[in-house]
Design a binder for this molecule. Structure first.
Ligand code: GUN
Length: 303
């Protein structure tokens, strides 16, 4: 079997980020408005701090205006809600991202419901999830699943008519990705299956029926070579830190796929890191520009 194509998410993401930067500059020229995104970080979760910092850097490089509000871990839920409401009402801010996870005493579902659907560049608000589900066009798709679809399209991997199996049923990845795959458009039109732990012993049988297999369950190295059909396209959404005594840091990042063995069987595969991860930020920038365009051009329209 020929060597698998290793899909370079970093390169594809960088291509998208260049396009967004150019489009944002054009938008600024035409409307005199710089897309603006507000990040809200509650507490001091080290991973969240890194994610938000990287999103800020990416926003800067895209020519966006951005700000990060850092709130103490013990902030009252009502205070966070007041802040979200004030950002919702600020006409100069087009995108709002509250980084998850939040401290236990704050109800994430309440936060998700409160973020204005127009500024919900994460695509988590139930109105955006519902619009995606019933096929309305004006939604924001969650960034990671949207990134998977875009990555396949830009790698020249045909999706139409293929059986896409997603292992994992999260609201962030599994469920929206299945809906995106099943949409009737040129980047999708696949037959989509959501597999999960409920499949029990049948899981391998289901994954072996996949032409496109997406691992999104958050279990390190769970997709082994025997679960993959020869020639399948394998997309790894997992990011897991595991102990590794040979590394100076004492740990390393691995995906949900046993990359070293599965790559010998797949026709194409995404690595971790450098696969789906960089696509998430690229799609966040795309959503933010879209949010700005929608908000500004709507205001500019005659009543
Ligand atoms: N935490 C982990 N991933 C994400 C994400 O995509 N968006 C937000 N808001 N929080 C996260």
């Amino acid at each position: 079997m020929p060597e698998a194509l290793i899909i370079d998410g970093k390169r594809i993401a960088s291509e998208i980020r260049d396009e967004v930067r150019i489009d944002a500059a054009e938008f600024l020229q035409r409307y005199g408005v710089r897309p603006r995104i507000m990040f809200v970080l509650v507490g001091n979760n080290p991973a969240s701090e890194v994610y938000v910092r990287n999103k800020g850097i990416a926003s800067e490089e895209a020519g966006f205006s951005h700000e990060t509000k850092v709130l103490p871990a013990n902030i009252e839920e009502s205070e966070l809600i007041d802040l979200i409401r004030s950002i919702n009402e600020d006409p100069l801010t087009h995108g709002l991202l509250v980084q998850f996870p939040l401290p236990k005493h704050i109800r994430e579902e309440r936060v998700i419901e409160l973020i204005s659907p127009d500024k919900d560049v994460d695509g988590f608000n139930p109105l955006n999830a519902g619009r995606l589900s019933i096929g309305l066009g004006n939604y924001f798709a969650p960034c990671t699943p949207a990134g998977v679809i875009e990555m396949l399209a830009r790698s020249g991997i045909a999706v139409s008519g293929k059986h896409a199996v997603i292992v994992g049923r999260s609201n962030l990845v599994g469920k929206p990705l299945a809906l995106l795959f099943a949409q009737k458009n040129s980047k999708a039109n696949a037959v989509a299956t959501i597999a999960h732990t409920g499949a029990g012993e049948k899981l391998g049988e289901i994954t072996r029926s996949a032409d496109i297999l997406v691992a999104a369950m958050g279990v390190p190295l769970a997709i082994t070579a025997d679960m993959v059909k020869p020639g399948a396209v394998v997309v790894d959404v997992g990011i897991n830190r595991v102990a590794d005594a040979t590394k100076k840091s004492g740990s390393r990042l691995v995906g949900d796929v046993d990359f070293d063995r599965v790559k010998l069987k797949a026709s194409a595969i995404t690595p971790v890191p450098g696969g789906v991860g960089p696509m998430t930020i690229a799609m966040l920038l795309k959503n933010t520009l879209t949010a700005a365009i929608r908000q500004v051009t709507r205001v500019a329209e005659p009543a």
